[in-house]
Design a protein around this ligand. Structure first.
Ligand code: 1HN
Length: 358
């Protein structure tokens, strides 16, 4: 921008008056804020960060004593990136991650919202989630989808606390001013009626077969409610002798069986195996990613800084920051999700191996 003392005084004064008049009209000249529009690469505000399970777990148990799910709506500990406003609900980029927990006997009442959600089970065995008339019992390592505007409630009929990682596109939906929410509550009915057998969606759509007499309700959402840990983990191990991805090892995407695409329109989710002594090559991409350590331990070099992780930890990699992963002392399995479908839909997905610009 040309400005400043070398301009003739009268031109400087005229410009200043012009800018002030524009300001009163709620108009901003582009040349006063060129940086916002012209940048050679993304200026990413979010920072790499890790939330450790050993910090979260005691807070979860304390929270269990201090507030009910009814008072809280959802008893979720939001993982907010240190670079963002506490109220932004931003874990990284425009996606959210939080830890939800239910003590034995508790329920989280039915509601629905326009943000899409999914969950990865961290601890416990036997709490259920009900989505649009189907209930599934959740176990550690299961991946459960909750599409936008589907009624959903959770309940813990087991004898142990149950915790899971909630992933939502909430900040993205807020950015678009498209966030709607509705409580199911009709009198005392806080839980939706169960209309189908447990695992119905899996039998119907998730086994490489489909009922030929029935059209799926919508094809842009995965009809499968629960992607079981045992199935996903077996699939990873069955491919363990493959070369895999140089950047991610053996990595599988959870897919919508109707399209082969992501499970939700805005979020894609993955499970990856880092084999013993595996150390991936560095790369970067514009997808902002939230990782959760499902099994084992290891580390990631993110933007030149080493973050060491163990089972239960959750960490983030911002857009366009170089990263590589390794396992330590055996094998590791990482669950992750990102805003990749949004970037892909709008031609904004860019990936580059280390040392390359695109
Ligand atoms: C929500 O509705 C759930 O339904 C979980 O389980 C986490 C985080 C922010 C806003 C709404 C749920 C949430 C949430």
């Amino acid at each position: 921008m040309t400005a400043g003392p070398h301009l003739p005084n009268d031109l400087q004064a005229q410009r200043a008056a012009f800018h002030a008049e524009l300001e009163r009209l709620s108009i901003m000249p582009l040349w006063l804020n060129l940086g916002a529009a012209v940048q050679s690469e993304p200026r990413v505000e979010g920072v790499p960060h890790i939330w450790r399970w050993r910090d979260i777990k005691p807070m979860m148990l304390r929270g269990g004593d201090l507030i009910t799910p009814q008072e809280a709506e959802r008893r979720v500990l939001m993982l907010i990136n240190p670079a963002f406003d506490r109220k932004s609900a931003r874990t990284i980029g425009m996606i959210f991650g939080g830890i939800q927990f239910l003590m034995p006997g508790e329920i989280a009442d039915s509601h629905r919202h326009s943000p899409s959600a999914h969950r990865f089970i961290i601890e416990g065995d036997g709490a259920y989630t009900a989505v649009d008339g189907e209930r599934t019992l959740m176990r550690k390592g299961d991946y459960v989808t909750t599409p936008a505007w589907a009624w959903h409630d959770h309940g813990n009929d087991s004898a142990q606390p149950m915790a899971w990682l909630d992933g939502l596109d909430l900040p993205f939906v807020n950015l678009l001013d498209a966030n709607f929410f509705e409580d199911y509550a009709q009198g005392d009915h806080q839980r939706q009626p169960i209309l189908r057998e447990s695992e119905d969606s899996l039998h119907r759509w998730g086994r490489g077969l489909r009922p030929a007499w029935q059209a799926p309700a919508r094809s842009d959402l995965s009809p499968v409610l629960n992607y079981r840990w045992t199935t996903s983990r077996d699939a990873l191990h069955a491919l363990r002798h493959d070369a895999g991805s140089p950047f991610d090892g053996i990595i599988l995407e959870y897919v919508n069986p109707l399209t082969g695409g992501p499970t939700l329109p805005t979020l894609s989710a993955y499970l990856q195996l880092l084999r013993r002594d595996e150390h991936t090559q560095a790369h970067r991409h514009t997808a902002s990613t939230i990782y959760h350590v499902a099994e084992g331990g290891g580390g990631s070099r993110i933007g030149g800084r080493d973050i060491l992780w163990e089972e239960g930890d959750t960490f983030v990699i911002p857009s366009w920051v170089e990263h590589e992963h390794w396992s330590t002392g055996g094998e590791a399995v990482l669950f992750s999700y990102s805003d990749r479908p949004i970037l892909r839909a709008f031609g904004l997905l860019r990936e580059a191996a280390s040392g390359r610009k695109d």
